[in-house]
Design a protein around this ligand. Structure first.
Ligand code: 4AD
Ligand code: MG
Length: 430
C-alpha cells in the first residue's frame, strides 16, 4: 500500500510503501537508522542487517543525504519519538542519488542558509514553520467563513497609494505609472459597501529600507473590512480572530510546536478580551520605564513596542494614536480631534505590531479636507470619495501581517523564516 508519513497511524502493523528523501542517518554494523521525510512528516526507518538482503543493507548504510527512495516496510509504534511511529524497513529502492547536498547536519551561517533557501525549506525546522503558517491560513478562512465574511481579492497593480507614498514600488503600466499594492484596504472598503463583511488575503509590498527581524519587502496580509461596524466592535473581532488561530495551531500543530521548542502553555494562556491602552497611557508607561526620549506625537519604534508588551502576558491593543502619525483615512475621535479611532495590536515576547486597524472616515467633507492636507489627487483617488457620496456608512477594518503572526506563534526570531521565499532589503535570490 502506497501512503504518506502523516497517515502512518492508520497502517499500524501493516506493510506500506513510502516515497521519501533521506534527511539523515546513522548506522552500526548490524542496524541502520534512517531519518526519512516525505513532505507530510518525518519518520525513522530501521534497517536490521539480518532482516534484509546484503544489497539492501549496503544501500541503507551508504545512501547519501537527500537521495530519493521508495521504502517498503511495516509501521510499528515508537514510544520514544514525538511522532510515535517508525518503519521497520524490508526493502529500499533508490530513485535518485543525491550528490554533495550542501546543507549538511553541521551548523551553517544564516547567509549560507538564505542562499540555499530552496533547499533549506526541506529541514525539519522550516517544515514545522511552514505547517504552522498553513494552519494559520486554514484557520483564517474558517474563522471568517463562520463569521459571515466573503473573501474578496483586491488588485495588486494600483494607481494609488494606501499607506503613504514613500514606500511604494513603482512600475510601468504601459504608458502610465503604477504601483505594487501596499494594502488592499481602499478597495476592500468599496467591497464592504457592496458585500457587507469582506476579507482579503494576499501579497503586499513595501519598499521600506528597514532591515529588522520584523520587516519584509513582500509580505502577506489578511484585511477584513466591515460595513456598519464600529471601532470597538472591530477590536472584538480582531481578538476573537487571534484567539481562534492560536487554538487552531495548538490543536493541529502540536508536533511542529514541539519541534520548534515553542512553549505551548504560553500560547494556551492567550485569551480574548485583550487589554486595551490608549497611546497617551502607553507614552506614560514608557516614561515610567525610563524611555523618556519619546515625545507625545511621535511613533513607537520596536524598543517602545517591546517595552509596552513586557507589561502584559497577552497581546495588547494600543488605541487612539495621534492623527499626524497615522494614515489619512482614519476617523478622528469625536471627543478629541487630535487622535484617531485606531488600534495596533502588539504581540507579546517582543514580536511587535501584528495588526493595524481603524474606523474609517465616512464623512465626505472631512475626507475631502484630508485629500487637501495629504495632496491626494482626485484623478487617482476620486473613486474612493464616491464611497462617501452614495450611502456612506460607519465602517472599520484591519490588517494582520501573516509573517509576524507566524513568527510569534512559532516562536521564531526573524520573519525571514516564516515565508517560503523571503524578499528582504538585500535579497531577491532564490
Ligand atoms: O499597519 P499597516 O501598515 O496597516 C495597513 O496596511 C492597513 N491598510 C491595514 C488595514 O486596515 N486594512 O500593516 C498591517 C500589518 C502590520 O500590523 C504588520 O503586521 C504587517 O501588516 N506589516 C508587515 N509585515 C512584515 N513586513 C513589513 N514590512 C510589514 N509592514 C506591515
Ligand atoms: Mg501599522
Amino acid at each position: 500500500m502506497k501512503t504518506t508519513i502523516n497517515q502512518a497511524a492508520k497502517y499500524l502493523n501493516q506493510e506500506v510503501t513510502l516515497g521519501v528523501w533521506l534527511a539523515n542517518k546513522r548506522s552500526s554494523g548490524k542496524i541502520a537508522f534512517l531519518q526519512l521525510r516525505d513532505g507530510t512528516g518525518f519518520i525513522q526507518g530501521i534497517v536490521v542487517k539480518k532482516n534484509v538482503s546484503d544489497e539492501i543493507f549496503q544501500l541503507a548504510k551508504f545512501v547519501s543525504q537527500e537521495s530519493s527512495l521508495y521504502v517498503r516496510g511495516t509501521i510499528v509504534e515508537d514510544t520514544r519519538s514525538p511522532f510515535g511511529y517508525e518503519i521497520q524497513v524490508e526493502n529500499i529502492e533508490l530513485i535518485h542519488k543525491s550528490l554533495d547536498y550542501p546543507i549538511t547536519p553541521k551548523e551553517h551561517g544564516t547567509e549560507f542558509l538564505m542562499d540555499h533557501r530552496h533547499l533549506w525549506l526541506r529541514s525539519k525546522k522550516q517544515h514545522a514553520i511552514m505547517k504552522i503558517r498553513n494552519q494559520i491560513i486554514q484557520a483564517t478562512y474558517q474563522f471568517f467563513k463562520q463569521e459571515g465574511f466573503m473573501k474578496i481579492d483586491p488588485p495588486i497593480l494600483t494607481g494609488s497609494a494606501a499607506e503613504g507614498t514613500t514606500e511604494l514600488f513603482h512600475t510601468k503600466y504601459f504608458e502610465e505609472e503604477a504601483y505594487l499594492s501596499q494594502s488592499g484596504q481602499l478597495y476592500m472598503e468599496a467591497a464592504a459597501m457592496a458585500l457587507g463583511r469582506v476579507f482579503s488575503f494576499g501579497p503586499t509590498f513595501r519598499a521600506e529600507k528597514s532591515k529588522t527581524r520584523r520587516h519584509l519587502i513582500e509580505f502577506w496580509m489578511i484585511e477584513p473590512e466591515m460595513a456598519f461596524v464600529t471601532h470597538e466592535e472591530s477590536l472584538e473581532i480582531q481578538e476573537n480572530y487571534v484567539q481562534f488561530i492560536i487554538e487552531s495551531v495548538i490543536e493541529h500543530c502540536e508536533l511542529e510546536l514541539n519541534t520548534l521548542n515553542r512553549d505551548i502553555q504560553t500560547l494556551k494562556k492567550i485569551k480574548a478580551p485583550f487589554p486595551r491602552i490608549t497611546y497617551d497611557k502607553a507614552v506614560e508607561m514608557l516614561k515610567e520605564k525610563g524611555l523618556e526620549d519619546l515625545q507625545w506625537g511621535e511613533d513607537f519604534g520596536a524598543p517602545h513596542e517591546t517595552a509596552i508588551a513586557e507589561n502584559f502576558d497577552q497581546p495588547v491593543f494600543i488605541t487612539h494614536y495621534p492623527k499626524n502619525i497615522k494614515a489619512f483615512y482614519m476617523k478622528p475621535d469625536p471627543e478629541r480631534d487630535d487622535v484617531v479611532l485606531c488600534a495596533d495590536l502588539i504581540a507579546p515576547e517582543g514580536y511587535g505590531e501584528i495588526i493595524g486597524g481603524s474606523a474609517r472616515i465616512d464623512d465626505l467633507a472631512l475626507l475631502e479636507q484630508r485629500y487637501q492636507e495629504h495632496q491626494l489627487s482626485e484623478e487617482a483617488y476620486g473613486w474612493y470619495l464616491d464611497l462617501r457620496k452614495y450611502g456612506s456608512v460607519p465602517h472599520a477594518g484591519f490588517g494582520l501581517g501573516l509573517e509576524r503572526t507566524v513568527a510569534w506563534i512559532s516562536g521564531v526570531e526573524h520573519v525571514r523564516e516564516t515565508i517560503p521565499f523571503p524578499r528582504l532589503l538585500n535579497r531577491l535570490y532564490p
